[in-house]
Design a protein around this ligand. Structure first.
Ligand SMILES: NC(=O)c1ccc[n+]([C@@H]2O[C@H](COP(=O)([O-])OP(=O)(O)OC[C@H]3O[C@@H](n4cnc5c(N)ncnc54)[C@H](OP(=O)(O)O)[C@@H]3O)[C@@H](O)[C@H]2O)c1
Length: 824
């Protein structure tokens, strides 16, 4: 009954042996909905883990999953079904953005999991694979170049994109190879999963003539395997040393471009691209060929485009257009029509299985949709004709376009909207599914461009998806196919210059087309808005012919941002960071609090597009010390929590030693202000301070001058790291100056007669401008003693001219038992 209610099929037509997807058209999302309904009715039934859903093929499998629980509890009331005909959606305000690569210098952290087990490198470019293997082995990684990814491999570096590609078919093969590598990792039972792809498309992800959408496969894998480490690297000039450095010391970032000039860029930023320039002139009554243009959202977009620009439409699709017949079954949904067809057959004493009836119903609905599109075109005065052709069939497409020119006139524009879905998580996606989705987009686009090579095209619009930009669980093929379209757009724009406007529209979900009611409710639940059909179509009509620098944009309804979890390996040692030699207590290096703070900021830089992320609620849970001669392994774990990252620095045993939250900051994040603390003098000089309360060795002796002192606080001039002689190291802040400020906190308390105090937490850290590379900064602190065991400070850093640099607010210091556990 539940299946009947959720799908609309009469219960007596459903057989337990029916395949849900293949025979009844119940997709994975619907399956989850059905299972959830069962869970709700039989609360005692076991939760079915997502990984097991894929193995449920028939209705019997579903029944088995709750068998034994059907009497466990009284069925609960079923919620009322939503209204059948939704109101037309009001405009939501669409955003149109372009991805921008942002310079994010290496942070010094390795990808999590890379050092744990064997890493296989695929050999599509054998010489490079072998060279990379060697470099990685030299750096202590168990790397092995292989011709085929072995079963069970948990860590794979795929060089699929480095293989030679001369034809669209070879381009498909290249993507299939990358998909196979990803699927092997998906199916592996290894504890850690690492998936890296390397391409050489100019360090832009869209350079070169071969459309490459592999980075979006990686982005999808990252969503599907939350604890994995994934990275797509586009390197301008192939260099195994540079790749090894990126993997072992790059830091965060899922899409990383390594440019020949030595810069490292990460695709982490999106900039507004709503503005379009002048509309390219198109001949009146020019013909636009629109694949997939007779149905779905492309149909609505094509109609709006034709109306706005006075164009003719040649609409292409696979559906055969049948004239309307008097005995067409009633019903408006596939389920209603299939039911009617099956009942009619039964009444005639014929047998028509539900799956056969459903296929016939879907065909009929498609035909009706094509007819409706043509009728709407006629109503609005647009000349439109339908051509039944599969865009993946080169010959058929050539023949159809010849007919188009003959019966409608010269072709002036292309819209490639043909697309199909076959959503499956990587481990379950078979080659057929991958190819169907991928080829409809890529081969379709290449065929279309080849078939119109002799036409004077003024615009080319490719229907891509936000899945290409962000990746989307269950859509590895779809995301990479659309990313390949984005790269075709870039290629065609380069080739065609000013003569043609080329753009890939990466749509967010629409309120229609592929997005059915179930899918829509999923999006809504996840905080992702859908594009109202009319608003999306109008947007397309306004933008498709407008000159603009961006060749691939994402157009979407408002949605909550989605952050990715990441783990990085932070190996800390005196060898890597010589200044630490001067931060020891009795032979043990004490990791400075500010190193942990800096590491967190450094780790987050490839994930959020903020110049100055804000750190909140930083806590030292248990300070880290280690013997001076050793390397100490820590990991930095970034876990999304709404728009914030929860950050934990963990030790090798997994215990969190430091924690904080980091976000991009907001207008409300004005740095705290600190009033001048009077004009008194500190009761001791700098040399005395370092001989007394402060244990710091030369590299950390950064207090240059103790300036003013009073009951409410004090000030000092602090050396920045360059001035203190720190060389090398990748820093997000200036840990020398930051440490100097914490030293000042110790000194102020000491000057008040308190025993040694040490910092334990920071309420908020705001970084407004970079610390200077050399010289001093001024530091002022306001002190708030709380009893005899605690003192809080607000601290600001300024240039010597008084320009703000950074602020630490609510820094809590507590009396330490002795200096052994010193964490300052
Ligand atoms: N709806 C969304 O939320 C959304 C979001 C992002 C991107 N998009 C993109 O927008 C486009 C349209 O999507 P939609 O939602 O309108 O999907 P849809 O309703 O399923 O329409 C897909 C269209 O593609 C045609 N088609 C599929 N394979 C074809 C082939 N081999 N040759 C020719 N035509 C083919 C279909 O016609 P036949 O079945 O008659 O062949 C149909 O007209 C797709 O490219 C999709 O990826 C949609």
């Amino acid at each position: 009954e539940i299946v009947s209610e959720k799908t609309g099929y009469p219960a007596d037509m459903l057989g337990l042996d029916m395949e849900m997807e293949a025979e009844l058209g119940i997709d994975s999302i619907k399956q989850v909905e059905i299972l959830s309904a069962l869970q709700a009715q039989y609360p005692g039934a076991p939760e079915i883990p997502g990984s097991e859903l894929a193995s449920m093929r028939t209705l019997q499998d579903v029944v088995n999953s709750v068998a034994g629980f059907t009497g466990a509890a009284a069925p609960t009331e079923t919620a009322a079904a939503p209204a059948a005909t939704p109101e037309p959606t009001p405009a939501v305000g669409l955003s149109c953005t372009e991805a921008r690569l942002r310079v994010v210098p290496p942070a010094g952290f390795a990808m999590g999991g890379l050092q744990d087990g064997e890493v296989v490198i695929t050999r599509e470019d054998p010489a490079f694979a072998d060279a990379l293997e060697q470099v990685l082995v030299t750096r202590g990684i168990k790397a092995r170049a292989v011709d085929e990814v072995p079963e069970g491999a948990g860590s794979v570096i795929s060089l699929a994109a480095l293989g030679a590609v001369r034809t669209p078919e070879e381009c498909v093969d290249m993507h299939v190879r990358a998909f196979h590598a990803a699927r092997a990792v998906a199916q592996s039972s290894a504890d850690t999963r690492v998936f890296v792809t390397i391409q050489a498309t100019g360090g832009t992800f869209t350079g070169g003539d071969v459309p490459t959408g592999i980075a979006s496969l990686v982005k999808t894998a990252g969503w599907e395997w939350p604890n994995a480490s994934v990275r797509a690297i586009d390197i301008e000039t192939l260099d195994p040393e540079r790749i090894a450095a990126e993997l072992l010391a790059g830091g965060s970032g899922v899409e990383v471009a390594l440019r020949a000039d030595g810069t490292r860029l990460v695709a982490v930023e999106e900039v507004d691209a709503t503005e379009v320039g002048e509309t390219i002139p198109v001949p009146a009554e020019g013909v636009v060929v629109v694949t997939g243009g007779a149905r779905g959202v492309t149909a609505r977009s094509a109609l709006a485009l034709a109306k706005q620009h006075g164009l003719r439409l040649a609409l292409l699709g696979r559906t055969a257009l049948q004239p309307e017949s008097a005995d067409e079954p009633a019903g408006t949904t596939a389920t209603e029509i299939a039911t009617a067809l099956a009942s009619a057959a039964r009444a005639r004493g014929e047998s028509l299985s539900l799956p056969q009836a459903r296929a016939a119903a879907e065909k009929l609905l498609a035909t009706r949709e094509v007819r409706e599109t043509l009728a709407t075109a006629a109503q609005q005065g647009t000349v439109a004709q339908y051509f039944a052709a599969d865009t993946t069939d080169r010959e058929a497409l050539h023949a159809s376009l010849a007919q188009v020119r003959q019966s409608l006139g010269p072709i002036v524009g292309l819209v490639h909207g043909a697309g199909v879905l076959a959503d499956k998580r990587l481990e379950d996606l078979d080659d057929d599914g991958f190819l169907r989705v991928f080829c409809t987009k890529l081969i379709g686009a290449e065929n279309l461009l080849a078939a119109t090579a002799g036409d004077e095209l003024r615009f080319i619009a490719l229907f891509s998806s936000i899945a290409a930009r962000a990746g989307n669980p269950g859509q590895a093929a779809y995301a990479s196919a659309n990313a390949a379209l984005d790269s075709i757009a870039a290629r065609e724009a380069r080739r065609r210059g000013d003569n043609c406007v080329v753009r890939a529209f990466g749509w967010g979900p629409w309120d229609g087309g592929m997005v059915d009611a179930t899918l829509k409710s999923r999006f809504t639940e996840a905080g992702v808005g859908v594009i109202p059909i009319g608003e999306g179509a109008e947007f397309f009509a306004r933008h498709a012919l407008g000159r603009a620098p961006a060749t691939a944009v994402v157009v979407a309804a408002p949605a909550k941002p989605q952050l990715r979890s990441t783990t990085l390996a932070w190996d800390i040692s005196v060898e890597n960071q010589p200044a630490l030699a001067d931060h020891q207590v009795r032979g043990n290096v004490v990791v400075p609090v500010v190193f942990a703070l800096d590491a967190m900021l450094n780790a987050v830089r490839g994930l959020i597009p903020a110049d100055a992320p804000v750190v909140r609620d930083f806590h030292v849970l248990s300070g880290v010390t280690f013997p001076a001669g050793e390397q100490h392994a820590l990991s930095i774990e970034l876990t999304p929590d709404e728009a914030t990252y929860a950050v934990a620095v963990r030790d090798a045993a997994g215990r969190a030693r430091y924690s904080a939250r980091i976000d991009s900051g907001s207008a409300a994040d004005q740095p705290v202000s600190v009033a001048d603390a009077g004009h008194g003098a500190w009761p001791f000089g700098v040399a005395e301070a370092y001989a007394g309360p402060l244990f710091h060795g030369p590299a950390f002796q950064v207090i240059d001058e103790l300036t003013t002192f009073g009951q409410a606080g004090g000030s000092a001039l602090l050396k920045v790291k360059g001035e203190a002689g720190w060389t090398g190291g990748e820093w997000a802040t200036d840990p020398a100056a930051l440490d100097g400020a914490l030293q000042l906190g110790i000194l102020w308390a000491s000057a008040q007669g308190m025993p040694l105090v040490l910092p334990i937490s920071i309420g908020r850290a705001v970084f407004t401008a970079p610390f200077p590379a050399s010289g001093d900064v001024r530091c002022r602190l306001a002190a708030f003693p709380l009893g005899d065991k605690r003192v809080d400070y607000d601290i600001v850093f300024e240039t010597t001219d008084g320009a703000p640099i950074a602020a630490l607010e609510g820094v809590e210091f507590y009396v330490a038992g002795n200096a052994d556990g010193a964490t300052a």
